[in-house]
Each structure stands twice: as C-alpha cells, then as structure tokens.
Design a protein around this ligand. Structure first.
Ligand SMILES: [Fe+2]
Ligand SMILES: [Fe+2]
Ligand SMILES: [Fe+2]
Ligand SMILES: [Fe+2]
Length: 317
C-alpha cells in the first residue's frame, strides 16, 4: 500500500493508520499472546468485560447477518461478515479475555461455566418465561422454558466433567447434539416491550456463552484434553445455533442486508470513535498500558470494519 492511500486517524488517546480499502495497521506490532495472569485496575477490568460482551455480540450478529446475505445472493457481503466475525472473536474477544484473566485452566473454566449455567437455568430463564407468560407472549415463554432445561443439562454436564477431573469418578459427558435454527429476516414475533428487553438480555448472554466456551475449548485443546474441548465446543454450538438463533427469530433480530449493514456501520463507528478511545484513555490514566494499547488497536480495527461495511453498503445502492 502506498503512503498516499494511508491516513492517520487520532481519536482521543489513540492514533492509528487507516488504509484506503478499510484495512488498518496498528501503530506498533502486538504480541500474539498476552500474559494470562495480568492484574488490571477495577475500572479497566469493567471496561474489558464490557468490550468482551460487545465483541461476542458482534461475532454472533455477523454470523447470522452472513447467512442472510447468502439468502439474498450477496456472497461478497456474506464473506465480509464471516471474516469480520472471525476477527471479533479470535482476536478482539480472545485478547480481551486473556487480559481480563477470564481464561483459566480446565477446572477454573468448568467451575465458572457450571455456575453461569446454574444461574440461567434456575433464575434468569424461569423469570423470563414467567414474565412472557404474564405479558401474553406464549411462544417466547415456551422458548425460555425450553432453554432453561437445556441450561440445566449444560450445568449437569460441566459438573460431571469437573467431578471426573477432580476425583476420577464418572466421565466427561459427550457434547450435546446441535439442531441449528435458521434466522431469516423478519419482524419481531412478540408484542410486549418487556419480552423484547428480556430477549435482548438473553441474546447478549448466549453470544457471550458461545465466545467463552469457544476460547475455553481452545484452552482445553492446548492442554491436551480433547474430551473437555469437545464438550465446550458442542455446548457453544447450542448456545449460538439454537438458543441465540431461536431468540433472534422471536425478536426480529435479522433484517434485510441493507438494514443489517446500516446497524453494523453504526455499531462499528461507535466502537471505533467513542467506546474504545474512552476505554483506552481511562486505562492509560490508570497505568494499565497494555490494556490501553489493546483498546487502541481494536479502535483502529473497528474503524477499518466500519469503512469496509460502508463500502459494501455503497455497492448495494
Ligand atoms: Fe471488535
Ligand atoms: Fe448453556
Ligand atoms: Fe444458552
Ligand atoms: Fe468490528
């Protein structure tokens, strides 16, 4: 790329290079793997967790926006969504999770996951089901109740795996069977504002569960424990392709590709120009230099994503 096609963009404390084709280059090369044990200030940790949630949600959204682009016979847009989803999960989410200390050994990861599943199974989803029933959204109530049962099964499987690793008793359960739910473009199929808000919370939770279990599967694979890796990967697939997908259908999450691209550009622009620069500035002020650099790197990437999606939108016109 010639220097004339690159411009430098300064946003807050971040300075990054943006290429004409929407590609970005970090100001300095970054290590492929960061320290898993790294203490950051409480506010930086909160910002890392907010970022992880956003990255996981972007990954899940783009996965289904890609499928919709395929339905509209737009393979280039589908490919852009899939490549970008990969960056959100395997670079942004993964690096933030490492810095937040959110990836432990298999015992820690299974313990954390079992607790999350227990909460969803016994508290969150039963409440969402009750509220949807009260509001007359019977289909959503049935879905929430069904997902609560799945989460109880996930809790049982993680607990059994944990027992095997800690005591040698029993075995690591086989991963669950996945029955993918297609998410075609369509309007919301619920009518209560409370149901829609609960669906939004649930969608974010499922996207986060998928992302966490994916990096936990990679950790288990690196540790040589393929059975635990398979359990995490299979469970992750249920969270995304059954739970997130089922909730996405009811909430009218996927629109036509033009609408999806508009939402995507807005989200990427917000992350590039508001969220990540603010997080970088706070981290730098707190002395969390590594986090500040990561937030700036990601701001640069998101600026590139925004530009690439804008160009895709322009080609549709
Ligand atoms: Fe990202
Ligand atoms: Fe689950
Ligand atoms: Fe789930
Ligand atoms: Fe992005």
């Amino acid at each position: 790329m010639s220097s004339s096609t690159v411009r430098l963009l300064a946003v807050g404390t971040c300075l990054f290079a943006v290429g004409a084709a929407g590609t970005t280059a970090a100001a300095a090369p970054q290590p492929a793997h960061r320290s898993a044990v790294h203490r950051v200030r409480p506010q930086t940790l909160t910002d890392l967790r907010t970022s992880m949630r956003g990255e996981a949600f972007a990954h899940a959204s783009y996965t289904f926006y890609a499928d919709q682009a395929d339905r509209e016979d737009l393979p280039d847009v589908a490919d852009l969504y899939r490549r970008t989803a990969h960056v959100e999960l395997h670079e942004h989410f993964h690096e933030e999770a490492l810095l937040a200390g959110a990836i432990g050994d298999e015992i820690a990861n299974l313990t954390f996951s079992a607790a999350g599943e227990a909460d969803e199974a016994s508290s969150m989803y039963p409440r969402f089901a009750r509220e949807a029933e009260q509001d007359g959204d019977h289909e959503a109530a049935a879905l929430f109740a069904e997902i609560a049962m799945d989460e109880a099964a996930h809790n049982a499987a993680f607990t059994a795996a944990l027992r095997f690793l800690q005591t040698g008793q029993g075995q690591v359960p086989a991963p669950p069977r996945v029955d993918p739910v297609p998410v075609p473009a369509g309007p919301p199929q619920v009518h209560a504002a409370r149901t829609l808000a609960n669906l939004d919370t649930a969608l974010h939770g499922e996207a986060l569960a998928f992302a966490r279990y994916t990096v936990f599967a990679e950790q288990a694979e690196q540790a040589g424990d393929q059975q635990v890796a398979d359990l995490f990967r299979g469970t992750a697939a249920v969270e995304l392709h059954e739970h997130f997908a089922g909730e996405a259908v009811l909430s009218g999450f996927v629109g036509d590709t033009r609408g999806n691209l508009h939402r995507t550009v807005a989200g990427e622009t917000y992350e590039a120009t508001v969220m990540y620069p603010a997080f970088a500035e706070r981290a730098r002020e707190a002395g969390d230099t590594e986090a500040a650099e990561l937030f700036c790197d990601n701001a640069g990437d998101e600026a590139g994503h925004a530009r690439a999606f804008e160009q895709a939108l322009a080609r549709l016109d």
